[in-house]
Write a protein that binds this ligand. Structure first.
Ligand code: DC
Length: 246
């Protein structure tokens, strides 16, 4: 993996909101279909923070592996293609893109063939280690007051000291129904089966269904999108308020 493009799409530094000038990190974890990606992005917009979708890195690596004809269920093959994985992502909520080398893969990484392959690459421990380091560097060098970082094990492994840590959950049937609405080309039963399979595969690597101590749970089962964003922002507000002695 090269470092040259590992820069967020933001210009000069702005004053950080945390006491040491580093961006405030709002870490959001949760299973597939909990709405964490769209909710995190909307929360970042309302806070005036950047947004880091960490799953995009694993998806981009899966895309890269498929481009090379690598078997994504073979850890050795994944590590081999990881060697020249030249990844870049924007943290700007109004200008989002993901690149591998000169290829803009923003849309391609959402294709079902990539979704089907991604658990294989996300399971490779040395990949996770390197990618987690990359996330920390991206956030530290963002030059932003804060960044909402979303993805599996973000509240526990990647940013255990984040100012705000949230586990966004929803009942499995609600998550499957939301996913099938997003993917209009696939029927609900197939989506539910794929989601269940991916949860099971992912949960062998990271525990994303149980909140670690200090992590606030937001259950969106009975909330619509706006209510979920409000619930997340209210946790941010109360946690930051307590931290700042408000
Ligand atoms: O959130 P998503 O569907 O874009 O994530 C894609 C895959 O990457 C999914 O299998 C979970 C995995 N992932 C992970 O293991 N750790 C992360 N921090 C983010 C995503």
């Amino acid at each position: 993996m090269t470092e040259s493009l590992l820069k967020p799409a933001f210009g000069g530094p702005v004053e950080g909101s945390s006491s040491d000038g580093a961006p405030v990190v709002v870490a959001i974890d949760g299973p597939a279909g909990s709405g964490k990606s769209s909710v995190s992005k909307a929360a970042a917009q309302r806070l005036g923070y950047g947004f880091l979708d960490t799953g995009a890195a694993y998806r981009a690596l899966a895309w890269h592996a498929l481009e090379h004809g690598a078997d994504t269920s073979d850890a050795t093959a994944v590590l081999e293609v990881f060697g020249d994985f030249d990844y870049a992502i924007s943290l700007d909520t109004s200008d989002r893109w993901v690149r591998v080398g000169s290829a803009d893969v923003t849309a391609a990484i959402r294709e079902p063939r990539v979704t089907d392959a991604v658990s294989g690459v996300a399971r490779v421990a040395p990949v996770r280690h390197a990618v987690n380091e990359l996330f920390r560097r991206l956030v530290a060098s963002a030059g932003l007051p804060g960044v909402v970082v979303e993805g599996r094990d973000i509240t526990t492994v990647v940013f255990p000291d984040a100012a705000v840590r949230i586990l966004l959950t929803a009942a499995p049937e609600v998550r499957a129904a939301r996913r099938s609405k997003e993917l209009t080309s696939q029927d609900a039963a197939a989506v539910a089966a794929a989601l269940h399979k991916r949860d099971a595969a992912d949960s062998t690597v990271v525990d994303f269904l149980t909140a670690a101590p200090g992590v606030e749970v937001v259950d969106s089962t009975h909330l619509d999108f706006e209510q979920t964003v409000d619930a997340v922002l209210s946790v941010v507000d109360s946690t930051m308020g307590a931290r700042d002695g408000r």
